[in-house]
Ligand binder design. Structure first.
Ligand SMILES: [Zn+2]
Length: 415
């Protein structure tokens, strides 16, 4: 058949790193994580030198732009397997540099568009995913999604994308089978009640394998964490967690908004730590699991932020340090309660704030920003609080203020 390339590509920099024409028809999709929140241009530079000996057919930047490095007719050098790359379209998606190698909402949405387009042009009528390695590697039962970790000692595509392969297949299949429906607008809605990272109570009921699935399976209720949001019938992807925040058996799928209730600020396992409290550390590790240094344990700290089971300690009691470090609420003991002049405030979408910062960014994980003027502004989006570099999206509302982009936590106060 005649090979074509995706019309969604906005940047092309063909890499010399490929084997020439494929020896197998395109019938497989292999999604990779870049391990870097890079642009399609940067990825093009990475694949340009022959010394690199690596490439992919396509790349998706952190900003949702799509680049092409090896034309579809040619075999890329991407998955550590000649036989796989002869039959697969390989896609590198910009991701965080550490587990779970999360990708931005824009990159995820663009990747869905790209995969759908690849399937349509190459006659792939349905994507079939399997969580079984043998089924994937041998393309059993129609399985046509493969992953790099099956062919090399790597975690690629990372936990974030690996766990979403079923969801990716479901969403792409919906689009392939429903060509008359309007396309989805993508992830990252600002109108949803809960956001990624929120801890909620799931009432129990039905969880679904995709955000727009028509039938699901029943599951018990309990504490859960929102791991993804999407503008579908069932807008929240939840996973059951225990009081320590670890994943446990229970809900693991997409649920309706009316099945969830908020676990309000500070109502955690201990329920006692609040913003402004002076605390001492009784645990041994930070929220990330990293060990707490002894000099940190030796001091008392003021709590800057509390959300579910996660607190952020910042200034030391002696005023000598500011560490801004996430830690489990259960790892803290209150030494002195905050003098409650005002109720603690958790910034939310729609809140008006006094922004004191001077730098806004084009994405929540951008490496470099642009200077802007402070003043009154509105929070229009919050992205991966505690994980992204600049989790709050602000748009100026006051005169003189010019912020219109992503900013760091702690750069504003409630107006
Ligand atoms: Zn890979």
């Amino acid at each position: 058949m005649a090979y074509t390339n995706s019309p969604l590509v906005s940047y092309t920099k063909l890499s010399p790193n490929h084997s020439g024409q494929r020896n197998h028809a395109i019938d497989t999709i292999t999604i990779h994580c870049v391990v870097g929140q890079c642009s399609v241009q940067t990825l093009g530079e990475v694949f340009a030198p022959t010394s690199r000996q690596a490439s992919s057919n396509y790349g998706v930047g952190y900003d949702g732009k799509i680049g092409m490095y090896v034309e579809e007719k040619n075999r890329s050098w991407c998955t550590s397997s000649a036989s796989n790359d002869h039959r697969a379209i390989t896609i590198e998606v910009a991701s965080d540099t550490t587990e779970p190698y999360a990708v931005t909402a824009k990159a995820y949405a663009a990747m869905l568009d790209l995969v759908t387009d690849i399937c349509k042009r190459n006659g792939i009528k349905k994507l079939v995913w399997s969580t079984d390695k043998n089924t994937r590697m041998n393309h059993l039962n129609g399985c046509n999604m493969t992953v790099h970790r099956d062919y090399a000692n790597k975690s690629c595509p990372g936990t974030y994308l690996y766990e979403r392969h079923g969801e990716i297949a479901a969403e792409v299949n919906k689009r392939l089978g429903a060509s008359t429906t309007t396309p989805d607008t993508g992830t990252g809605s600002t109108s949803l009640k809960f956001k990624v990272g929120d801890i909620v109570n799931f009432a129990g009921g039905t969880h679904y394998s995709s955000s727009n699935a028509t039938s699901g399976s029943s599951v018990k209720g309990g504490k859960a964490k929102i791991t993804q949001t999407y503008n579908g019938k069932h807008p929240y992807h939840c996973r059951a967690v225990n009081d320590a925040g670890a994943y446990v058996s229970g809900v693991y799928g997409w649920v309706d908004e009316n099945t969830l209730t908020a676990i309000s600020t500070g109502q955690s396992a201990t329920g006692s730590v609040e913003v402004g409290d002076l605390v001492k550390i009784v645990g041994t590790t930070y929220y990330s699991g990293a060990a707490i240094p002894s000099w940190v344990k030796a001091k008392n700290w003021y709590v800057r932020e509390v959300k579910g089971d996660r607190a952020v300690i910042d200034k030391s009691e002696d005023g000598g340090n500011a560490i801004c470090s996430p830690i489990k609420v259960s790892a803290l003991a209150v030494v002195k309660k905050a003098t409650q002049s005002a109720a603690p405030w958790t910034p939310a979408v729609g809140d008006i704030v006094n922004y004191s910062g001077s730098m806004h960014y084009s994405s929540a994980n951008a490496a470099s920003g642009v200077s802007c003027k402070g003043g009154q502004a509105k929070i229009t989006q919050i992205y991966q609080l505690g994980k992204s570099k600049h989790p709050y999206h602000l748009i100026h509302t006051g005169s003189g203020c010019t912020v219109y982009g992503w900013v760091d936590a702690g750069t504003f106060t409630k107006a």
